[in-house]
Design a protein around this ligand. Structure first.
Ligand code: CMP
Length: 143
């Protein structure tokens, strides 16, 4: 089954949006298979955002993601990578539709509440950066 990496960024944690965000993905029908509140080191931030290293906002990006705790998650389900991106909305909240997470809760591109893997390759890489195999689980519904 497909898995993706999602992360409530420091702005989402500080605004008390973890529950709202988890609720949206649970209600959609996806399964939370890993989750932890954690601080991101400078090294992990630079690895995670490595593809943006040459961008002018790279320093700002790393400073922001290391500025406070994040809630890192692994979610599982059919087409979860692309559907989670749709549910998050466009990266720039100026363009994200109402009804999406960024469309409903964010105003600026730097503080856009949530990160989500953009491809199967990114999902595998990002899950591996943030989670050990034994920190994830998966279960069949029995109730
Ligand atoms: P994210 O999905 O976490 O992946 C890269 C992040 O870079 C993106 O969300 C935005 O938060 C951030 N970003 C993109 N463009 C800019 C920008 N012009 N200034 C600051 N941050 C940006």
């Amino acid at each position: 089954m497909e898995k993706t990496f999602l992360m409530v960024k420091p702005d989402g944690v500080q605004r008390g949006l973890i529950g709202e965000i988890v609720n949206r993905f649970e209600s959609k029908g996806y399964q939370l298979v890993g989750g932890k509140l954690m601080s991101i080191s400078q090294e992990l931030a630079e690895q995670h955002y490595g593809e943006h290293k040459e961008r002018p906002f790279f320093g700002e990006l790393v400073d922001f993601i290391t500025s406070g705790p994040v809630f890192a998650m692994v979610w599982e389900g059919e087409n979860v990578i692309s559907t989670a991106r749709l549910m998050m909305g466009a990266t720039n909240p100026k363009e994200s539709a109402p009804g999406t997470i960024r469309g409903d809760f964010a105003v600026t591109v730097g503080k856009n509440i949530i990160h989500g893997s953009d491809s199967p390759e990114s999902a595998e890489r990002e899950i591996g950066l943030f989670f050990k195999e034994e920190e994830m689980t998966s279960y069949e519904k029995t109730v």
